[in-house]
Write a protein of this length. Structure first.
Length: 326
């Protein structure tokens, strides 16, 4: 479907929990306890109904996210249900890699096409510190193993923070030489704990890379949305940039979000949207739900975010990234 700003909306980011096994410093406070109760989370049947409705309005790609989506014990059931929905062409996950190694094959067989793994350092000690407890060696082994399992794409999400991991930019790029993974540099957004860190502009990273490599821009596929990608000749993986601050990408925004408690969220930066929960009962058809979603997107999806502006705007999102889904 097209929204009123004539953007093709074909991508749903579906958060299935706000819980996480890690406490990344820029995402969650160390002693965070303010999680949704499990009875507030959508169950797998509700998720299936919502995704069916989205498929009717033209959503083709679903990314399952969180919190950490793999902490949900019924993750496989959710994956299978989404896999069998007509019109959903791609299923992706954003994960920190928790318990992924032992499930790679089964997830692939059940329709998972793409995996994004968050990895903010290649140094085991630093990784452990940033994530407050993550085991780099397990995650790195998972990443290598995943490249052998016939997924369409394995991508690493790297949030670069000034004086934290900006000394590792070239190490991340070099990783793509022999390992078939794309590395995506994400500018840290001033959301929740992210406000405590200083971002590094992706344009500065690009300038640094251009001093060392010949970079060829590659063309995006339609569901890729705002990321831009480059290839270094003879390297296996690509380098991507997600630059919400230095290059406001809202004209190309192709996505909406559903939070783990069933709120249709129309822009990362604003709390605008509608609660879908009242429409999940058996008395409301999937077609009616689809119409409600379509109207909300058409009428209310903001034209652009104002994250890079200091001017006051109303309806700013106050929830942390674990509740938004990244
Ligand atoms: N637990 C999963 C993971 O670690 O990938 C999925 C959820 S996490 C909230 C999704 C993505 O959001 C991760 O790649 C994480 O690095 C990113 N993220 C979290 N806080 C952020 C912030 N303030 N700015 C930019 N990206 C952020």
């Amino acid at each position: 479907m097209l929204d009123r700003n004539k953007r093709q909306i074909n991508y749903l980011r579906l958060s299935i929990t706000d819980h996480c096994n890690l406490r990344c410093q820029y995402c969650l406070p160390e002693k965070h306890t303010n999680f949704y109760n499990s009875c507030d989370l959508l169950n797998s049947n509700e998720i299936e109904k919502i995704v069916k409705a989205f498929s009717l309005i033209g959503i083709k790609k679903v990314r399952i996210t969180g919190g950490e989506p793999l902490v949900r014990k019924d993750f496989k059931e959710i994956l299978k249900k989404i896999h069998h929905i007509d019109g959903i062409e791609k299923i992706a996950i954003t994960t920190n890699g928790f318990q992924l190694l032992e499930n790679l094959e089964e997830f692939r067989e059940n329709g998972l096409n793409r995996i994004n793994i968050s990895l903010d350092s290649l140094n085991a000690e630093k990784y452990n510190k940033i994530t407050r407890g993550g085991d780099f060696n397990i995650i790195f082994k998972t990443i290598k193993e995943a490249t052998l399992k016939n997924f369409e794409k394995i991508r690493l999400n790297v949030v670069i923070m000034k004086d934290v991991n900006d000394d590792e930019i070239l190490d991340f790029v070099n990783l793509t030489k022999d390992l078939n993974v794309d590395v995506r540099f994400i500018e840290i957004m001033p959301i929740g704990e992210g406000k405590k860190f200083t971002s590094v502009k992706n344009s500065d990273i690009l300038t640094l890379l251009q001093k060392h490599y010949l970079l060829e821009k590659t063309s995006n596929i339609s569901t890729d949305g705002p990321a831009s990608y480059y290839k270094i000749p003879n390297f296996l993986g690509e380098i991507g940039f997600i630059s919400p601050l230095s290059n406001r990408f809202c004209d190309n925004c192709n996505r909406v979000r559903v939070t783990s408690n069933g709120f249709l969220k129309l822009c990362l930066h604003y709390n605008q949207g509608i609660d879908l929960v009242p429409y999940l009962g058996n008395d409301i058809s999937i077609e009616t739900l689809a119409t409600i979603i379509e109207q909300a997107i058409y009428n209310e999806k903001p034209k652009e975010h104002q994250m890079d502006s200091s001017e006051y705007t109303s309806n700013i999102e106050s929830k942390g990234m674990n509740k938004i889904g990244g």
